[in-house]
Design a protein around this ligand. Sequence first.
Ligand SMILES: Cc1cc2nc3c(=O)[nH]c(=O)nc-3n(C[C@H](O)[C@H](O)[C@H](O)COP(=O)(O)OP(=O)(O)OC[C@H]3O[C@@H](n4cnc5c(N)ncnc54)[C@H](O)[C@@H]3O)c2cc1C
Length: 472
Amino acid sequence: MDEETRPDRASESLDVLVVGAGLSGLICATELQRCGLRLAVLEARERWGGRMLGGSSPAGIRVDLGGQWAGATHHRLLALIDACGLQRYPTHYDGDGVLIWNGGFHRAGVEPDFNASLLFLRPAELGLPAAELADAQRVAERFQRLVEQVPAAAPWQAADADVLDRLSVSHWLDRQGAGALARYPLAWLGRLGGSGGFEPHESSILHLAWTQAVAPQNATPEAWLVEGGIAQVAERLAADLAGRILLRSPVRAIHQNAGGVTVTLADGTERHSAAVVVAIPPPLRLAIDYSPALPPQWRGLLQRSPMGSMVKVLALYRRPFWREQGLNGLGIGNLSTLELTVDSSPPDGPGILAGFIAGERAGRWQHLSERQRRQAVLADLQAWWGDDAAEPLDLVLHNWNAEPWSGGAFTSFLNPGAWTTYGPVWQAPQGRLVWAGTESASRWPGYFEGAIEAGLAAADQVTALLGGSRSC
Ligand SMILES: Cc1cc2nc3c(=O)[nH]c(=O)nc-3n(C[C@H](O)[C@H](O)[C@H](O)COP(=O)(O)OP(=O)(O)OC[C@H]3O[C@@H](n4cnc5c(N)ncnc54)[C@H](O)[C@@H]3O)c2cc1C
């Protein structure tokens, strides 16, 4: 990414302008380029990839600072990784994971059926009170029945949608009479399931159930890792689009009329095209000035679509020492800072624990000094994995809330009432403007797989708009 690439001439009228060079925009542009359309990609940052971001630890080890996993059923993403010639390896789940619950240390093996587990772990092995486990199972089963009732393409059409969309996850749990242990997995799904980064009082039970209907945790979304990092996928896609990506080009305005689209950049430069694809996270779409104005129901939806709150943590060690005690690095529980760790060590490489600080914990953590931030993370790593964990070779803390062109992570979520009031406009194009970005996907929104699906769907819509078809 040393060299910035520039589309040929600013004055030229192109077929398509793509706003955002994240995975979704890159995929969309790749498809449209394959169809012979003349295009440019306008990217606000000085780099491409968006939430797909590679980096090096201070000791020079390649890591993913953004997303890192491919799921067992993420067929498009897996095919893309393979087509890029990248090597993938399965996430290490052999051995016991650890739940720390109210200060108690509970280890158990991984239950392959997520719906029968207590957050991945075999409940019977945890040594927790039988009544609390039974309560957790009862609530999980009720939630699963709800998930099965939510139409993935139209959650506002679920039975009792009006009621469920106005009940926060917390209130729904109250109504079930759920105890603390039973509440925890649903709170965890909001904070760290693919939806990522919201608290149980911030969204509705309808939204949480929808996230599991379209992106089920049971389908193992954290199945595969990529040697050298998955962000190499963005590098490869960008290389194939050489000459068509314009970096440091934040889009400020999109004007459309019968003749075409004019896109204005922050420096006042104008670009012209027949159609435009906007492949950026929903809250950031509001920062663009549209004329004609977006319909009020679209603005209503976007105003109720905040980003989740997320910090990615990577702790690197000389070796995955936890495996020597039969542990697999999967850490969950109600600790003060970290929400999760997962063994992300490459084969024959250093030991790497990937973790997250999510939701309000991430918000509070940001108020700490640098030293306190590290101490808080190290204390939790030590609680799960012992004294060796307190002295990593490197500790990488990447705060996605501090990235203005993401605004948080993993993805956006909807506030209570938004689906049933505004939902039907969710994916609707506006004239010559087509939406992409993972949040626009019908399947696996919030994930790379969703970003690819939405990018391909946008390419279809654009080619239809321009009078062709994508099979071109
Ligand atoms: C910490 C973290 C962990 C994650 N873990 C996983 C995982 O393991 N597996 C998985 O599948 N997914 C994961 N995700 C989610 C995944 O990274 C995203 O779903 C995916 O990368 C989104 O791609 P996108 O193209 O839709 O959006 P983005 O990647 O956000 O791309 C949007 C692009 O638009 C640009 N932009 C924004 N506004 C403007 C503007 N006005 N003008 C021009 N450009 C603009 C941005 O700079 C950005 O480059 C994770 C995300 C994070 C942050």
